[in-house]
Design a protein around this ligand. Structure first.
Ligand SMILES: NC(=O)c1ccc[n+]([C@@H]2O[C@H](COP(=O)([O-])OP(=O)(O)OC[C@H]3O[C@@H](n4cnc5c(N)ncnc54)[C@H](O)[C@@H]3O)[C@@H](O)[C@H]2O)c1
Ligand SMILES: [Zn+2]
Ligand SMILES: [Zn+2]
Length: 404
């Protein structure tokens, strides 16, 4: 019997590679598995041999000890793989298919799924709508930073690449379809980016860079990326963005005025979330910073895309309010400017097929934009550490050494 090596969260700042046993088409008990999901049969699922699986800023919230993730949780929600076993109720996905897995888990049968809101599927997480692999409070579906993983509801969820050889040529781009490319794109779409728009993107991590590239694809006239990390800002400039270093220049509006001649943009996207830092040298964590700054710099009537993650429980928060997700958001400002806010997980399935075609046709260069960097499964702990230190890279784990 095959084993299955996987990346486990062991406690704040600590991940390790463990053998967790080969998966089957059942959700078995384990760290973080919701009791109501234990024993759930998945004849509608498949087993994938994982081809690539990426480390995400969302994983880092857990690894930094900023969530209630239990020790032993198997990480990984950004999964691309080859189907090697098919459940008896799977009709159309076949053994040998190379597929992208949306990070949201969705049944395809509930009201949300029928309305294409797969990010709030009602049937996969007993606690609340919405789920993901390898994530705290998401039902306990086992993560895919591993050699093999089980994916339920395969016919509904999986995006099959049309040609395997062609896909392997572009796998460093296609691996971004499981999360950050749709997420960045969703951020830009929900901010209303269109040809000629001026856009501010908060955060130059992989999601921010994906949002910036997406804004370019949507025809934005100027894309400005802000962060406190100069290496990541240089990465944003490498594909044509303007940048603002918020450590050196805490007044974002002034910097935008220098670039555009006006202190406001048409559209803004929060690609930071609740671990946001204040601006300036020696800045400390201030979770509402980005929400308040994007309201300040977005024109009246503008739209704010907010893929950056906000939580309902944060054991490492700076104060008691923030521990339950209550932040000092200046809603009066957003109200006065009649802003529209779009929050939540990304409904990946709304976008992944078109973005796949944009990659395969050569229109989108997402791997280059986010500096995709391939590592082995054994290098995952180092990847987590470097990513946490702010490396300007998107780490792509290649568990079987299949990526050229
Ligand atoms: N909505 C979704 O479905 C979804 C999907 C993927 C990721 N996310 C979330 O998106 C966020 C970004 O993900 P990532 O992988 O790029 O994470 P990341 O941690 O690599 O990047 C965040 C960046 O924000 C910067 N930053 C901190 N404070 C800032 C401020 N005030 N202004 C500007 N930049 C600031 C940091 O220096 C860092 O470079 C995370 O919160 C992640 O959980 C959400
Ligand atoms: Zn992710
Ligand atoms: Zn559903």
């Amino acid at each position: 019997m095959k084993g299955n090596r996987a990346v486990a969260y062991m406690g704040p700042g600590k991940v390790e590679v463990q053998d967790i046993g080969y998966p089957d088409l059942v959700l078995r008990d384990g760290p973080g598995v919701n009791p109501l999901n234990v024993g759930r049969k998945c004849h509608h699922g498949v087993i994938l041999k994982v081809v690539t699986t990426n480390i995400c800023g969302s994983d880092q919230h857990m690894v930094r000890g900023r969530t209630t993730a239990p020790s032993g949780l198997i990480l990984g929600h950004e999964i691309t793989g080859e189907v090697i076993e098919v459940g008896r109720d799977v009709e159309f996905i076949k053994k040998g298919d190379l597929v992208s897995v949306p990070f949201n888990i969705a049944c395809g049968r509930c009201r949300s799924c029928k309305e294409r809101d797969t990010h709030i599927c009602e049937n996969v997480n007993p606690d609340r709508p919405g789920s993901a692999y390898g994530y705290v409070d998401m039902g306990g579906w086992v993560g895919g930073q591993s050699e093999y993983v089980m994916v339920p509801y395969a016919d509904f969820q999986l995006l099959k690449f049309p040609d395997k050889d062609q896909a392997m040529e572009k796998i460093k781009d296609l691996t971004m379809l499981s999360d950050i490319f749709p997420t960045g794109y969703h951020g830009a779409v929900s901010a209303g980016v269109k040809p000629g728009s001026t856009v501010y993107i908060a955060g130059a991590g992989p999601v921010g860079l994906a949002a910036a590239h997406s804004a370019q694809l949507l025809g934005a006239a100027v894309v400005i990326v802000g962060d406190l990390n100069s290496e990541r800002l240089a990465q944003a400039r490498s594909f044509g963005c303007e940048t603002v270093n918020l450590r050196e220049h805490p007044n974002l509006g002034e910097q935008i005025e220098q670039i555009l001649g006006t202190p406001e943009v048409d559209c803004a996207v929060d690609c930071v979330g609740f671990e946001a830092s204040a601006h300036g040298t020696n800045a400390v964590e201030a979770p509402a910073t980005v929400l308040n700054s994007i309201m300040t710099v977005t024109r009246a009537g503008g739209r704010l895309g907010i893929p950056g993650l906000y939580v309902t429980g944060d054991p490492g928060a700076i104060d008691e309010d923030a521990q339950i997700g209550t932040l000092k958001v200046r809603l009066g400002l957003g109200w006065a400017k009649a802003h529209t806010f779009v929050t939540g997980q990304t409904p990946v399935m709304k976008y992944h097929r078109e973005l796949m075609t944009a990659i395969l046709s050569g229109k989108a260069q997402i791997a280059k934009a986010v500096n995709a960097t391939v590592i082995s499964l054994d290098e995952a702990p180092r990847g987590y550490m470097e990513f946490d230190q702010g490396a300007a890279r998107k780490y792509v784990i290649d568990p079987h050494g299949l990526v050229k």
